[in-house]
Design a protein around this ligand. Sequence first.
Ligand code: KIV
Ligand code: NA
Length: 274
Amino acid sequence: MATLQSMYKKGEPIAVMTAHDFPSAHVADAAGMDVILVGDSLAMVALGMEDTSEVTVEDMLLHCRSVARATKAAFTVGDLPMGSYEISPEQALETAIRFIKQGRVQGIKLEGGAEMAPTIAKITKAGIPVLAHVGLTPQRQGSLGGFRVQGKTSKGAMKVLEDALAVQEAGCFGMVMEAVPAEVASAITQKLRVPTIGIGAGNGCSGQVLVQVDMTGNFPPGRFIPKFVKQYGNVWAESLKAIESYREEVKSRQYPAPEHTYPISAGELEAFRR
Ligand code: KIV
Ligand code: NA
């Protein structure tokens, strides 16, 4: 957290990546990510659910623990899932405490703007760092009319600004800003004293976040990928190639070769065969 604050003060962009299990956290940590987020997007990318509404606190805690075990350098944040924090600030604090004690992450994230300010204040006052999430908030896609860019009108942009100021005032250490026009996200970032972590919000934010399986290309062809994602690799194609080669070699008895087998001395073998 102190490191993030000093990066922000120096104007050094903060690099954030999601992870959902031990290997995905290990590789993100090794690559030097500043923050590793156990996003509730794991509902889709790791559990095969339709959207994030189905994922439970227990699901999240299991994945948070595995990520925490692999993470040595990055600051870890767990996403509070839908239904675990909206009822009252007390409910939210209870869930946040479980994320720290059982999930073993260092901070939590929750979605929402001005209406969540009392909740963010409650959690931060208990000493738990909160990353807010404004702009497009996927858990509320039902009421937002699907995955829509936010702040595309002057009125909409004003709403994002008001939300950002409210969550800042409530004590969040930073905020994810999702699917907001670049100029709007940049202007809002200039008005704040805590970092914005952009996703689909242009290059004027204080940092960036992407969903790991999206940016490494670890998904089958044909999956919908939002416009803001840059695919830096093709892990799915690499895995497919490797597994197909294995299959070929099993079927043709090329694998295992002698170097993959354990030796036995000629004498022991002779005795065994008798
Ligand atoms: O769930 C998630 O992965 C997220 C990030 C995309 C910010 O909320
Ligand atoms: Na999320």
